[in-house]
Ligand binder design. Sequence first.
Ligand code: UTP
Length: 309
Amino acid sequence: MVGDHVALIDLVPLDAPAPAVKVAVFPSAGLGTRMLPASKAIPKEMLTVVDRPVIQYGVEEAAASGIDQVVLVTAAGKGAIEDHFDANHGLEAALEAKGNAAGLDAVRRAASLASIVSVRQARALGLGHAILLAEAVVGPQAFAVFLPDDIMDGGDDPVMAQLLRVHARFGCSVIAVERVPDDQTSRYGILDVIPVSDRLFQIRHMVEKPALGTAPSNLAIMGRYVLTPRIFEALRATRPGAGGEIQLTDGIRALLDREPVLALEYVGRRYDCGTLLGFLRANVELALRDPELGPSVRAMVNDALGPRD
Ligand code: UTP
């Protein structure tokens, strides 16, 4: 399979920066089976990491990267996500009456991060299908995609902002990648690339979950993308793949024949909150790093690890 796309489309920097990307799609309609039973009645995107739902980290990253509209793709039973980012005047009035300024700030902040639009995916027909449903809102402009399971901690430089800088320079789609150990490549979409500059690559081909020992590199696709609107056309032409779902990677693979697609090895730390261990790690590490909670959490962890008599 590797080598299918040797005729790379020329990568040419733009004369002027591409228009700023202002819209982000958050596909959140998946079943979340790996987080059962917690995700049975509560969307996995709403499970708490430290003091806020997983998805809020992504929306905060979007806002910090200059994005002002968020398109949630949700499904039956996921209404709590929409409620979380909506105003709640009753709760605000109650907090105001009690003089609870911190609570009021927290409640208002969630509703003021971005303007929110939601579309529904009636059946979980795949990530690619979920993104296609956002077309009616996004229209013919480049847009960002956040997989809400992945909390990306880029410190002072949000991971999406890193991707957007590359998009501004070249005007093409940019995918976040991370190097994974050789024995883990079979769990990810893996890229065959040629280097462009430090941490930046042009994608030649991509392989979904390659069998061990067959991966073309150890660059794995992670949950942040900037996509040109041509992806919609490509997804419409994509037939259901693995599991009968329309896969985003199949759509991006089709894009490679028509325009350059870049991969950026971002700087930051990723927490995969779609798995139990990743979710627990996010809670422990982010709580330890929280300036207020950190010292008490450290004492608590040390106590739990300490000798027992
Ligand atoms: P996952 O592969 O993590 O699937 O989807 P999932 O259903 O959410 O979780 P598991 O595997 O059953 O535990 C990747 C992203 O794509 C979204 C999910 O919500 C998640 O953000 N997605 C997936 C959709 O929005 N619709 C789909 O049909 C499938």
